[in-house]
Design a protein around this ligand. Structure first.
Ligand code: DQA
Length: 148
């Protein structure tokens, strides 16, 4: 199936952005790793990152026409602010996993609330870049059970 890896604002800076919190892996490295893993699991990965809420919404709205069956999403700071992105995911009804590199629950209280967690299949937070790979494994299992 076609899986979309979606990343929100400032994640284009991974590698140099607060490495103690977000790790040393760059976004291109994360995308390369997850693309290989997706192929190993028999799926195809497309990746998109934007600092703009409108572009992320447009990408989600375009997903059904591209037969995207699953989304792995790190909404970054939009996690804590964006009803519009939440509504876009509800509109397309594509299952998704919410991923955060850092443990948002161990940080400032404004990061404890997510507009996505209650509508996500699941959430992975605090496990660094590995979280994207774990999400992909979970997505593959979910996709297999959906086609049973
Ligand atoms: C983040 C956590 C958010 O609170 C923050 O705004 C980010 C990254 C993470 O991956 O840990 O930009 O989503």
């Amino acid at each position: 199936a076609h899986v979309l890896l979606l990343n929100g604002p400032n994640l284009n800076l991974l590698g140099s952005r607060e490495p103690a919190k977000y790790g040393r892996a760059t976004l291109p490295q994360i995308i390369a790793r997850t693309t290989v893993l997706a192929a190993e699991l028999g799926h195809r990965l497309s990746a998109f990152q934007s600092n703009a809420e409108a572009e992320l919404i447009a990408r989600i709205q375009a997903a059904p026409a591209e037969q995207i069956a699953f989304i792995i999403f790190n909404p970054a700071a939009f996690t804590h602010t964006s009803i519009a992105l939440r509504d876009a995911l509800l509109a397309v009804k594509i299952p998704f996993i919410e991923v955060h590199l850092s443990n948002v629950h161990a940080r400032e209280s404004f990061r404890h609330h997510s507009y996505f967690s209650d509508i996500a299949l699941g959430t992975i937070t605090g496990l660094g870049a590995l979280g994207y790979e774990l999400a992909l494994h979970a997505a593959a299992q979910q996709l297999a059970s959906m086609t049973e």
